[in-house]
Structure formats: structure tokens, C-alpha cells
Design a binder for this molecule. Sequence first.
Ligand code: GLC
Length: 426
Amino acid sequence: MKPNSRSLAARTALAFTAPLWLAGAAQAATITISCGSVGQDFEFCKQTTAEWAKKTGNEVKLFTIPNSTTDILALFRQMFAAKSTDLDVINVDVVWPGVIKDHLLDLKPYSKGVEKDHFPAIVANNTVDGKLLAMPWFTDAGLLFYRKDLVEKYKQKPPTTWEEMAATAKVIQDGERAAGNKDFQGFVFQAKAYEGLTCDAVEWIHSYKGGNIVNDKGEITVNNPNAVKALKTAASWIGTIAPQGVLNYAEEEARGVFQNGNAAFMRNWPYAWSLGNGKDSKIAGKIGVSALPKGGADGQNAATLGGWQLAVSKYSKNPAAAADLVMYMTSAEVQKMRAIKGSYNPTIAALYKDKEVLDANPFFGSLYSVFTSAVPRPATATGAKYPEVSAAFWNATHDVLSGQATAEDSLKKLEGKLKQVQRGKW
Ligand code: GLC
């Protein structure tokens, strides 16, 4: 029984058909792919899958998914539980391989070893029990975007610590509001209760040297004074340099405010660069990008590792064609195009030396170490329990940001909750 098949079919928005003569044979496959809906995800997916359809004579259907990775995971898990054949190729968040490993096909027989060109840490992340469950597609790391023009106008400097960021944001916010823009905000970021808040809060805590929720040995480390300091600092931004509404912002809400010219600073992923400099953007040419600030003078820069892979569902009826599409979409040729036109960070190291890629995204070069040393969330240490760990963490963080709990109480409670989730082992 497939209780969701009607609504799932309704999500299939577009189809590309290649001329039948090109297909050469009657058994051209129809492959359904989900590849994201944030920023330009859908447009790029449409373009590259159409190229593949034309080349191979197969047909591709795009499957529309929600924006939030948390909602996408819930949807995919529901489909996997029903062994749904509605999806052949799926986009996989970097924190999922250990969670959905039983539902993905081993791509080794199809990859011809090409994974060796990709960042080894991402390939290792996508390899479970010796099986290559997903091909790296693009990588992500949190960055600080800022208004170069306004930093200059108010005779400030790009900040190196969160404390400097808050002070600079306040100066610019006060100035712009006094000049008539009542909606102007100092800083926007992701503080809705979802996976994106886990990413932001891991950065804050790591920047104050408060560890990574759970360490590599699987020990719960989150209840510590540096983590308390980090969350207190973030809570102090709400209602001062960040709007109350940020408690309900994901990536796109933050980008909307920044790109409309209504914020001095924004924490976001690299995709925001290309859109912020696009022809519809009010701030094209005015954006600076830097590493996220340190937690105080003794702190460190920290960016959370994000990114997406492409995988084939074990329930696909056309695994060979689906794997061929994955190999095409993750190839150097497609990654290069997506980097130049959409600032999606390649997972192939060689592309960071490509002149056209660097011309379009100068920070791929200047901030290269931010991308290669980004902090992974504790997905490997916590395995299949990662989604529960993360949900407990973002809820505990959200309680602090919204003033419902003190950082001390919330992290203590979180420690207890994580012990329950752990039940002895991960
Ligand atoms: C980005 C990252 C992904 C992360 C998500 C959180 O899509 O690439 O890894 O989980 O943001 O919102």
C-alpha cells in the first residue's frame, strides 16, 4: 500500500522528454530526482537534468521537496518506510548517510573510481560499511556576509570576534534607522527550531572552544562553561541587533532581509553570494565575505560543515540509469558550472584552482581553509541517533534564544536528555 502516492505524484512538477529517436530503444528510463528547493536549487536541477536527458534519451522528472532539511528527511524516511519507488535519485544532506544507509544503493559499481577526485573526508562520510552510498555534489560552510559599503560608511572594520560583530552591527543599525530605514537590522541568521539552528549554534559553541555537543569518542560534552558563554552571547543579540523574528528564520528568510538591503551582517552558506550579487539584488557589488568571528579574543574561527550528495534509492526500478544521472550531476563539468553560476562549492579540490571558478567566487580562494577545516556536526559519533541528538540540541538552544530558559539550565537539561537518547551507546 502506498498511502502517499497521490500527494507524492503531485509533487512531480516537471518532466523533460528527449526525442524518441535519440533514445534508440523503447526501454528509455524515466528517472525521478529530488535536488533541493533553496535559492537556485530547482533551476539548476532543471537545467542539468535536461542536459542528461538529452544526452542519454532518458526522461527526468523533478520531485519538489520542502526547503528545510529537517522536513526533507522526514519526508524521505516516510517514503523509505513504504519502500516507495516514486523517487530514484535523492539529495542527501552531509549528516544523513548513517541515518538512511539501509535505503541507498552502493554506487561503487558505477563510479569507476572517480570519487578519488573528491575531498576524501566527504567520500569517507558517504562511505558506510565499505559501500559508497552517495556521491559528493557540493560542500557548504557557514560564512559571515557583510555590507562592505556600510562598514566603510560608519568607519568600522570587518569584525574578527562576535563581540566586535555585535558592536559594529549596533553602530550601523542605529545609523541606518536614524537615517530613516526603521526596519534595518544589525545581524540576521538562522534561529528557527530546525537543523539550521544546530549548524549556527555548533559554530557559536565551537568558536568559544566549547566543543561539539558529543565528541569523537561519543561522550556528551555540551554542558560546559564555554558553551554557556556562547549561547548567552547569541541570546544577547535577539531584540538588540537581530529582530525577534529571527527565531523563525531559516536560510532563505535571512537572505531575503539581507538581499533587500535591510541588514548589516548575515550568517549564511555560500549560495547567498551568487544571489546577493545577482541582477535582482539591491546589494549587488556591496557584499563582503569573511570567516565567522571568533568567540572572544581567545576563541577560534569555526564554520559548520554542510553540503549535499546525490544517491540512488534502493527501491528504484532503474538503478543503472539513476546512477548514471548521479555520476553526471556530480561530475567536474557540472560542478564547475554550478560553482560559476550559483556559488555552490565544488567537492573536487582541482576546481578551487580554476580561474573562472575563482573569478566568480574570489572567497573560494581566500577562504579555502574555511571550507577544508569546517567542523562536522556529531553525525558520525551518534550514527542513526543523530536526528534525535540534533533536535534536542536545537530545541535547547531555541529555549535560550527565546528567553524561556537560561543557558545554564538548558544545557544541563540537554545533557540529561542526550543521555536518555544515548541509552548506554550510540
Ligand atoms: C545547508 C547545509 C546542510 C545543512 C542545512 C541546514 O543546506 O548544506 O548541510 O544541514 O543547510 O539548514
